[in-house]
Design a protein around this ligand. Structure first.
Ligand SMILES: *[C@@H]1O[C@H](CO)[C@@H](O)[C@H](O)[C@H]1NC(C)=O
Ligand SMILES: *[C@@H]1O[C@H](CO)[C@@H](O)[C@H](O)[C@H]1NC(C)=O
Ligand SMILES: *[C@@H]1O[C@H](CO)[C@@H](O)[C@H](O)[C@H]1NC(C)=O
Ligand SMILES: *[C@@H]1O[C@H](CO)[C@@H](O)[C@H](O)[C@H]1NC(C)=O
Ligand SMILES: *[C@@H]1O[C@H](CO)[C@@H](O)[C@H](O)[C@H]1NC(C)=O
Ligand SMILES: *[C@@H]1O[C@H](CO)[C@@H](O)[C@H](O)[C@H]1NC(C)=O
Ligand SMILES: *[C@@H]1O[C@H](CO)[C@@H](O)[C@H](O)[C@H]1NC(C)=O
Ligand SMILES: *[C@@H]1O[C@H](CO)[C@@H](O)[C@H](O)[C@H]1NC(C)=O
Ligand SMILES: *[C@@H]1O[C@H](CO)[C@@H](O)[C@H](O)[C@H]1NC(C)=O
Ligand SMILES: *[C@@H]1O[C@H](CO)[C@@H](O)[C@H](O)[C@H]1NC(C)=O
Length: 564
């Protein structure tokens, strides 16, 4: 029964799009309340009049042509509806005037909503066209864009739409949640690109910050580190004098995905990515934020660190102690943490402690330089007595050119992730650098110690195995018996003997320069301890930690042992 209805619906859809699919309106040829525009090309989107369930008003909106569940992704007159439901508004109109003004009018031609053209546009015959991307574009005879829907997102980001600021047109593209599912008018929940410092997206619920994306690290927002696991998406972040914006694309048009802002959720603001699953005939939630306690803005106060896998979730940065131990004991973390030992910048004895897997602190007041490298960043921060921390700004850049972001004053809204996140270097007085590492750092050390043990064990087994095999092979040769292992294994042995000795662990080999950079010149800060293989350093490479071990004696090959 339901499938029959679906079939009928799709057939009707097909017929209706075949009979009068148009994508353009022009002066004197408005879109009527009982008609629709269909995007050309793949015909993915429909623009028309609709009434949300539970409402008595009519709006002009955009929805998917091929998704059988009507999902409105954009509304033109969200705050200015045509009174009455859509069935009684067949004579309402969406029209474009000769001077490029787009307007919605009721049956009596009373204009309820209008969009004036950009200054300078409006020369000659104007048209409004629904593009394949879903963008409704008003342009004049010379092709100047007078107005476009993508400059005014509603609560949903579809592929190609931007969130951010276009300084050329002055468009401030934000997402604003519907007031309720029956009322598309703008509610108090807004997602905005903050363009100061290193740009970040914030969700606001009225005057309260609900969530922070963290700055774009070249690959993803540092507060959304699982983006790296997405398949079939392209993300774009532009940060130039002309615009600061975020947008996404899908690799295959059969992937239907949207990012929505909803005013429900524990924090009163919820960003969700939905993907249409054709086989199931339903929307599937792909991602959402805020997710956990540590996604709440500034959960642990200034210089506090939020770790969702720790109990209690708040702790102070290494070298810091609760400003008010009494309040902190009652888990009132608003006061945050204060430095245990004052800095000694003038004498140059301060150093930096590495905090791995961080969602870097609030960057609205940070200083960013995308051309610098980490070493230069460290020098600049060391020299500037008001610099309290630094990190890379662009992880997609070449080594030595991954940018520099520097913080001054207290570090706000800092959290750690179990596996993802960025390396943050926090300025500490010399006395605190030698202090016991914090709980999360300790945890990392335990993992590293376990990894080192596993590595050592694997290396020993491989070594023993190799020597056993070589002895056996030598014996086999001596006895004249044909070797059981030939071909691939044999040649691999030769090459491995040519370049190295001992166990062939199939591991990437790093040259001295890379390892020197990664360990910051074998800095004592990065030294974890000594093992049977020599000193063990914690190193930085992309967002992963590697253990590098090298043999102090004999040959000079450096190899990583195991990724953690
Ligand atoms: C819409 O209604 C008008 C009359 O009000 C009618 O002439 C027109 O054919 C209708 N269009 C569609 C697509 O139903
Ligand atoms: C819509 O209008 C009908 C009839 O005028 C009325 O009974 C109903 O309560 C209205 N619904 C809403 C949500 O205003
Ligand atoms: C249109 O005008 C008529 C006559 O003035 C009025 O009765 C009717 O309610 C109006 N319709 C709308 C949708 O405003
Ligand atoms: C964009 O609009 C939001 C509010 O909607 C505002 O807070 C923000 O400052 C604006 N951005 C710019 C660059 O004007
Ligand atoms: C917001 O989320 C709630 C709960 O998931 C849902 O019922 C509602 O339809 C959503 N609002 C909009 C405007 O989609
Ligand atoms: C995604 O990005 C890659 C590399 O920039 C590009 O080659 C590809 O065409 C992009 N795909 C889409 C769907 O934009
Ligand atoms: C897009 O995805 C569909 C279904 O998964 C597949 O049949 C098609 O070949 C894909 N197209 C491209 C260009 O990858
Ligand atoms: C440098 O160190 C000395 C001795 O520890 C101390 O007295 C002095 O205040 C320091 N100077 C600065 C500028 O911190
Ligand atoms: C980050 O690095 C990549 C690769 O070098 C570059 O294309 C991109 O423009 C850089 N981003 C910024 C904001 O400089
Ligand atoms: C020193 O660092 C602070 C905070 O990062 C910054 O505001 C200031 O411009 C820096 N001063 C110099 C000379 O770089």
């Amino acid at each position: 029964m339901a499938s029959h209805q679906l079939l009928l619906f799709q057939l009707l859809l097909l017929l209706s799009s075949a009979s009068h699919a148009r994508d353009t309106i022009s002066p004197g040829q408005p879109l009527r309340g009982n008609d629709t525009l269909v995007s050309p090309g793949a015909g993915s989107y429909v623009l028309g009049f609709f009434t949300p369930p539970g409402s008595n008003n009519t709006y002009v909106g955009l929805w998917y042509a091929k998704v059988p569940v009507r999902t409105v992704v954009w509304v033109a007159n969200r705050a200015d509806p045509v009174p009455g439901p859509v069935e009684r508004n067949a004579r309402a109109t969406l029209s474009v005037s000769a001077d490029c003004t787009l307007s919605v009018a009721d049956a009596n031609s009373t204009v309820v909503w209008s969009a004036p053209p950009a200054p300078g546009a409006g020369a000659g015959r104007c048209t409004a066209r629904l593009l394949d991307s879903g963008n409704l574009v008003v342009s004049d005879a010379s092709g100047h864009v007078a107005w476009q829907g993508f400059d005014h997102p509603t609560d949903t980001l579809i592929p190609g739409m931007r969130v951010g600021m276009d300084f050329g047109t002055g468009a401030n593209m934000t997402l604003t949640a519907w007031t309720s599912p029956s009322d598309p008018s703008p509610g108090p929940v807004v997602a905005v690109m903050d363009t100061t410092g290193d740009p970040e997206v914030f969700i606001w619920n009225g005057a309260e910050k609900v969530w922070r994306s963290g700055p774009w690290d070249g690959l993803q927002f540092t507060g959304v580190p699982d983006t790296a696991t997405y398949m079939g998406f392209n993300f774009s972040f532009v940060n130039s004098a002309k615009e600061v914006s975020y947008s996404f694309q899908v690799a295959n048009s059969s992937i239907v995905s949207r990012l929505t802002l909803n005013s429900t959720g524990a924090a009163g603001g919820l960003l969700q990515r939905w993907t249409w699953v054709w086989a199931a005939g339903a929307w599937n939630m792909y991602w959402y934020a805020p997710k956990d306690q540590c996604d709440a803005v500034n959960q642990c106060g200034p210089n506090g660190v939020c770790d969702p896998n720790s109990l209690p979730v708040c702790e102070c940065l290494r070298g810091f102690a609760p400003r008010s131990p009494e309040a902190w004991a009652l888990r009132d973390n608003r006061g945050g943490c204060a430095r245990a030992t004052p800095l000694d910048c003038g004498n140059g004895t301060d150093g930096f402690a590495l905090m791995a897997h961080a969602k870097v602190p609030d960057t609205t007041a940070a200083v960013v330089d995308y051309r610098a490298g980490l070493a230069e960043c460290a020098q600049r921060c060391q020299r500037n007595c008001s610099c309290t921390a630094y990190a890379n700004a662009n992880l997609s850049g070449a080594p030595g050119h991954r940018g520099c972001v520097m913080w001054g004053g207290a570090l706000e809204d800092l959290r750690v992730f179990p596996n993802f996140g960025q390396d943050l270097y926090v300025r500490l007085a010399a006395a605190d650098l030698d202090a016991a590492p914090s709980k999360s750092e300790k945890k990392a050390h335990v993992i590293i110690a376990v990894a080192v043990s596993i590595c050592a064990l694997a290396a020993i087994i491989a070594l023993v195995g190799f020597f056993w095999w070589r002895r056996k092979r030598t014996r086999a040769r001596q006895s004249g018996a044909p070797s059981k292992w030939s071909g691939v294994l044999h040649s691999r042995t030769l090459t491995s003997e040519g370049t190295s000795h001992g166990a062939d662990l199939d591991l990437p080999i790093y040259d001295l320069e890379t390892i020197a950079e990664a360990t910051q010149g074998f800095s004592a800060d990065n030294k974890l301890g000594e093992g049977g293989y020599g000193p063990v350093y914690k190193v930085l490479k992309f967002q992963k930690q590697f253990i590098s071990s090298f043999e102090a004696s004999g040959n000079r090959h450096f190899r990583s042992c195991k990724e953690v």
